[in-house]
Design a protein around this ligand. Structure first.
Ligand code: HEC
Ligand code: HEC
Length: 443
């Protein structure tokens, strides 16, 4: 692969006005440096079209399944809960234990460690509200339903929804914050004594919490589920505010759009060379597509399982089945828009054996800050990821999968490898506002 630049075709194009503006600007500021940084000279028209698909990053789409998705008080409550260890069974684990704001909301581990060690890598949360499906296997279809799973997962936080209702009832300031956003907690919950911890989750087998849940009447179960889902909705309102989009790459694209010669320094020549590979021969954009660098779909890029042997993680095949069965999905009674677009996305979902072993295309924004990589953290560094794509024909193919045709071995030269890495590194944002990354004193 070479880094030769292609000159864009001239004449009668949509770019003519921009070119005219450039010509005027260059006439005003003559000099060799300015001449070299003309976008016109560096990128073909097709390349510019492709580059512009990646930036700017828009606001995350609205989420009508969560009526408080954009509510400030809900986000504040959600932020408080995100950093609150009391949501866990042992009182020691919060969302931020694994999603550390200092590491772009990851934990720096290959696979997570909560109450016990898991089998998946912790993804970062910046721009998470841009996603269509949540988790590596997409087993949640909304951000609020996603938040409910780690709370009760026996190896993550091992909490219980009834314990959370009791926490809200017993902590006066938390209760007041909750009731300001969602209204009063039903009298049936406030007056009657609830078991200390109860949840429907099956593991571990024969768990007393599960028996306690089964003993509750279904109206009380439903009232508890309402409070539990509201907790998820508040957390989602917080997570929605974890946004970026001000990386050096974004500044460069803005300068390209605005014909701002000075701003073109935002991206080094090496990173621009990497960008050319990314949108061109590298085919990366086929899956890492659009302003969040993800098509929101599921693929296999043939990453060998951690620990060797054939893969045992069914990925999307399991995730698609679980999201359809989830009582907290966008179609269910706890959704605030069971007829909205998220519900439609779920109705259209078809699961097939082809989904076995597929994982969601992760965003590449802030990727330099979220090592290790892939669904099991199989790769320690970006260099390992690039070596993998470069020699993908040497990675084993398992089961019925064929290699996706866009995944051709790139045999990157050392210079191209470094260029792609420099480009990926240019996707890092400044850290979000400190007010958003700490536990507030009050909910
Ligand atoms: C013990 C570590 C741990 C804790 C605690 C934890 N998470 Fe996660 N989180 C993970 C891992 C690992 C994944 C990916 C799991 C998978 O795909 O199966 C994940 C996935 C996510 C995702 C989906 C991201 C994506 O790109 O699809 C979101 C959102 C999220 N967590 C938010 C939360 C919230 C909110 C909490 C607290 C209620 C929380 N997490 C608690 C480890 C953790
Ligand atoms: C066929 C779709 C596809 C193509 C083409 C593709 N990727 Fe990926 N990429 C994925 C998927 C899916 C994953 C996650 C795979 C997994 O965990 O098993 C991923 C993971 C990654 C990761 C790790 C991110 C993380 O947070 O763990 C990086 C970095 C990456 N890709 C960069 C690239 C680059 C650079 C190219 C071009 C050379 C490229 N990808 C081409 C689909 C693709």
């Amino acid at each position: 692969m070479t880094g030769t630049s292609k000159t864009r075709p001239r004449g009668g194009t949509a770019w003519a006005p921009a070119w005219a503006a450039w010509a005027a600007l260059l006439a005003a500021t003559p000099g060799p440096a300015a001449a070299q940084t003309r976008p016109d000279a560096e990128w073909s028209e097709q390349e510019l079209r492709r580059i512009f698909q990646f930036s700017p990053l828009p606001e995350p789409p609205p989420d009508p399944t969560n009526r408080v998705y954009d509510d400030t008080a809900a986000a504040r409550l959600g932020q408080f809960l995100f950093y609150d260890e009391r949501l866990s069974g042992n009182g020691k684990i919060s969302c931020a234990t694994c999603h550390d704001p200092e590491r772009a909301f990851t934990d720096g581990r290959s696979v997570f460690v909560g109450v016990a060690e898991g089998t998946r890598n912790t993804p970062g949360l910046l721009n998470v509200a841009q996603q269509r499906w949540f988790f590596w296997d997409g087993r949640a279809d909304t951000l609020w339903a996603q938040a409910l799973q780690p709370i009760e997962n026996p190896i993550e936080m091992d909490g219980a929804r009834v314990a959370i209702v009791r926490l809200l009832l017993s902590d006066a300031s938390l209760r007041a914050a909750y009731e300001r956003v969602f209204g009063g907690i039903p009298v049936a919950l406030a007056s009657a004594d609830l078991p200390p911890a109860a949840r429907p989750a099956a593991a571990p087998a024969g768990d007393a919490r599960q028996r306690a849940w089964a003993a509750l009447s279904s109206p009380r179960q439903e009232a508890i589920n309402r409070v539990f889902t509201n907790v998820g909705k508040a957390i989602a309102a917080y997570e929605r505010r974890l946004v970026g989009g001000h990386s050096p790459f974004d500044r460069y694209v803005k300068a390209l759009r605005d014909n701002d010669a000075a701003g073109l320094d935002a991206l080094s020549a090496e990173a621009r060379r990497g960008l050319r590979i990314f949108i061109g021969e590298g085919n990366c954009r086929m899956c890492h597509h659009g302003p969040n660098f993800s098509d929101g779909e599921f693929h296999s890029v043939q990453v060998p399982p951690r620990g060797g042997g054939p893969p045992s993680d069914p990925g999307r095949y399991d995730g698609a089945a679980r999201v359809v069965a989830d009582e907290f999905n966008a179609l269910g009674r706890y959704s605030d828009a069971p007829d909205g677009p998220a519900a439609e996305k779920l109705r259209r979902l078809r699961n097939t054996p082809e989904n076995w072993g597929l994982f969601k295309t992760p965003s590449l924004r802030n990727v330099a800050r979220t090592a290790p990589y892939m669904h099991q953290g199989q790769f320690a560094a970006l260099d390992d990821v690039l070596d993998h794509y470069s020699n993908i024909d040497r990675a084993p193919v398992f089961g019925h999968h064929k290699r996706e045709t866009v995944l051709q071995p790139l045999r990157l030269s050392e210079a191209d490898h470094k260029a792609l890495r420099a480009f990926l590194e240019s996707l890092s944002d400044e850290a979000p506002d400190a007010a958003l990354t700490t536990r507030p004193a009050e909910p």
